[in-house]
Design a protein around this ligand. Structure first.
Ligand code: ATP
Length: 234
């Protein structure tokens, strides 16, 4: 059985329908990537899984539990945690205070503590008393990932963690993904950068206009397949 699955998931913003019957699944200890152009619906999918956008029942399942209509804090307590697009740190709080916010409502004991987050991102230990505003973009992204990990999630949702960062910083951040997986979490990584997604994912889903247009292992998808799924067949 999949660890997490969506079934015929739809989402609306008022009259506008952003997702049309999305089915994805993620297994234990798996990293999947969701790729797609601007506006394809990737963030909406993440927000639907994490409960920021509420769904009808039956649409999202975590093992045997239906979580589709649960509020976001309950979904987090059950083990699904999101690194939001744009990081969304508390700017006046220190690194350590931002990380500790991630333990709020935590019900799952596990690998992740301040100590293990600092092992993952040593620079955060050096900067633990600095306010969020004093950090570089890459460091802020590390705090956002660390904060989400502090709830000891079974599934970590990462929404465009490379956005706005320099290539060398992106590389650094992406190095943490196999370590997070090795510590027992499954990851859903939303990416516009196809190469980055392919390098890190066990499986990839491509979205276009609110639908999944392609899925498979990176080694079984051709460039043409991906191009067509990303932009539409020409
Ligand atoms: P991006 O890479 O730009 O973040 P995305 O693939 O994550 O794109 P979404 O942000 O999920 O796409 O947007 C999907 C569709 O829903 C787009 O057409 C977008 O304009 C629309 N949309 C997103 N958020 C809202 C909102 N709050 N109100 C109305 N429409 C929205």
């Amino acid at each position: 059985m999949a660890l997490l699955a969506t079934h015929n998931l739809t989402a609306h913003y008022g009259d506008f329908q952003a997702l049309f019957g999305v089915d994805i699944e993620i297994n234990e200890a798996e990293t999947i990537a969701i790729i797609g152009a601007n506006g394809a619906g990737k963030t909406t999918l993440m927000r639907s899984i994490s409960g920021v956008l509420r769904n009808a029942p039956q649409m999202v399942r975590l093992e045997t539990a239906e979580i589709g209509s649960a509020p976001a804090d309950e979904i987090m307590a059950q083990g699904v945690s999101m690194v939001p697009e744009g990081r969304k740190l508390f700017p006046s709080l220190t690194v350590e205070e931002n990380l500790l916010i991630g333990t709020y409502g935590r019900k799952i004991d596990g690998h992740w503590t301040l100590e293990t987050i600092y092992d993952l991102f040593p620079i955060l230990k050096e900067r633990r008393n600095s306010p969020g505003t004093a950090l570089s973009g890459g460091q802020q992204q590390m705090v956002a990932i660390g904060r989400a990990l502090m709830s000891n999630p079974r599934v970590l949702l990462c929404d465009e963690i490379s956005l706005g960062l320099a290539p060398v910083v992106i590389k650094d951040i992406y190095k943490s993904i196999p370590k997070i997986k090795a510590a027992g979490a499954s990851l859903i990584v939303v990416e516009q950068d196809i190469g980055q997604a392919m390098a890190v994912a066990d499986r990839v889903y491509c979205m276009m206009e609110g639908r999944i247009t392609l899925s498979g292992r990176p080694d079984e998808l051709s460039r043409d397949d991906i191009h067509n799924a990303y932009f539409g067949a020409s």
